[in-house]
Design a protein around this ligand. Sequence first.
Ligand code: PRX
Length: 649
Amino acid sequence: MPYIDSILKENRIFYPSHEFSRKSRIKNMQEYSRLYKKSIEAPEKFWGEKANELDWFRKWDIVLRNDMGFFKWFEGGQLNVSHNCLDRIVKSGKKSKIALIWEPETGESKKYTYEELLKEVCKFANVLKKIGVKKGNVVQIYLPMIPELPIAMLACARIGAIHSVVFAGFSSDALKDRIQDSKADLLITSDGSFRNEKVYPLKENADAALKNCPTIKNVVVVKRAENNADMQNGRDFWWHDLINDKNVMDSCEPESLHAEESLFILYTSGTTGKPKGILHTQAGYLLFTHLTFKLIFDIKDNDIYFCTADIGWITGHSYIVYGPLSNGATIVMYEGSPTFPSPDRFWRVVEKHKATIFYTAPTAIRALAKEGNEWPDNCDLSSLRLLGTVGEPINPEAWVWYHKCIGKGKCPIVDTWWQTETGGILISPLPGATPLKPGSATKPFFGIIADVLREDGSRANVNEGGYLVIRNPWPGMLRTVWNDPKRYKSSYFEKFGVYLTGDSARIDEDGYFWIMGRIDDVIKVAGHRIGSAEVESSLVSHEAVAEAAIVPYPHDIKGQAIYAFVVLKKNFRKSEELKEELKIHVSKTMGPIAKPDKMQFADDLPKTRSGKIMRRILKAIAEGSKDYGNIMTLADPGVVDALAKNRVK
Ligand code: PRX
């Protein structure tokens, strides 16, 4: 657990200012506790009351039903998510309010009012219908951070198509795997994407993937990079040609959808095998992102909210698109890297648009802190009133830097713990109420019963680390794993009968949660969730590799980085060139975020007599520790010393 030592040493408490608390929705811990108790004692009443904040075409019959372990929320109810994010806001008198400010890596920023965004979404919804997309079809989206991405998602939501966004930094193989699993009918992509002024050929990647994706009938291509993408006659269409057709109207009736119809699939890595398609549905997801965004970011009408996440991940889905828009907020969406053209890029964006709320990942905070204080100090950050973090544990040093150098000591920090599966934030401070301890995500949100269990299912003691679980259902929870309901049950409910998060945590004497990291074979590299099994299969797919094992090691900026142990096939020679080739192979097959940072060739791996690789030992070796635990159960204990001797430092 990389940061646990420093967490244990950290005992400062930071209180919200009176001024902040006075203006916030939940003003103190008494109010939090009172509401929390109500939400736990009568969850259906609590969520039913909150659901009245949304527009329904038909009210629900029942708030919650447990259908043999599959949870159904608001059955009988009908609504439309895009209607709730756009039409409802326009009708509330905010048609001229800015919904989206798009800040490209280079060039002019672009703004959309709620009315303009609604029109764009309607136009594209009509385009989707025209090219034959029907309610219940899956639309795969492989786009960079450009406005067409949220527009495409909302257009799908409008007509009842299910979107499945693939992060544009993923490779063609990763895209292919996801399309093959989702069985999408349509792909939306762009000719290219920009990062650090380089152009990435997204359409080329898409074409490579589509060689093995027979379900895709058409491809819609946004012109972003002007890099002369190849267009296949009859299959591929330019976005601008479709949308500028005179017959495409800028209004489109939102489809009335059942509360439990599918809204989107988002793939994420698990302990074993291929990525899982996490399924979220309409009403519960919308309500949960709506309420968590409203209370945790304490959103006000004049806020300018800047979230640096990519929409290809759940943070972008829930807290760039659905949560903020359903609250009528103004969002800043940034296309490029945090350090382009210089390490003050985020701070310049804050200054330019007078952002009041800033939400990012600890890895970005660590990387930018390292660049020195002069970068933020030379920007006007006085508009900021609230900061947030997500994606991995934040070490107190980085927290304190963020608080002092970015928040100037006056902005509360919401350290928000959640997952792709949870749909929205489950553990987090409420900024006007919760006293903050740097490194702790603090307390559960309303309606959430979080707990820490021992291996035998009993409750862990105060400060004793264990499995983080959620004991009750909540509206934003995943409904199933796409095409694999068995995996839903086995991954999340088999071990304890309650929702297993895959994280370890401890609860301190004040009831504060301290997330310690993943307890399974998932590695959090710079906040990105990487399955060891996926990287291992990528390595083994190279002709030189007989066997591979991946473990995390602590990294100053990324939090965790990837250490690969590789056993070569007999007729391949160990060389630095081959190492480089293998790293590039992973980068090409999975995407650059999965590329191992360190690689060690091994003659053998530590295995039990039944042939199971002992990762705990490899992890100790990668960390440079001699704390291997018991090695006598190994088939050949001698392997360990040989590996430790050749550790890559
Ligand atoms: O390990 C936890 C870590 O991120 C995992 C979920 O990853 P993903 O599904 O990609 O979603 C990331 C964005 C919500 C969790 O199992 N994690 C997320 N937030 C925090 C965190 N770890 C510590 N503190 C957090 N605030």
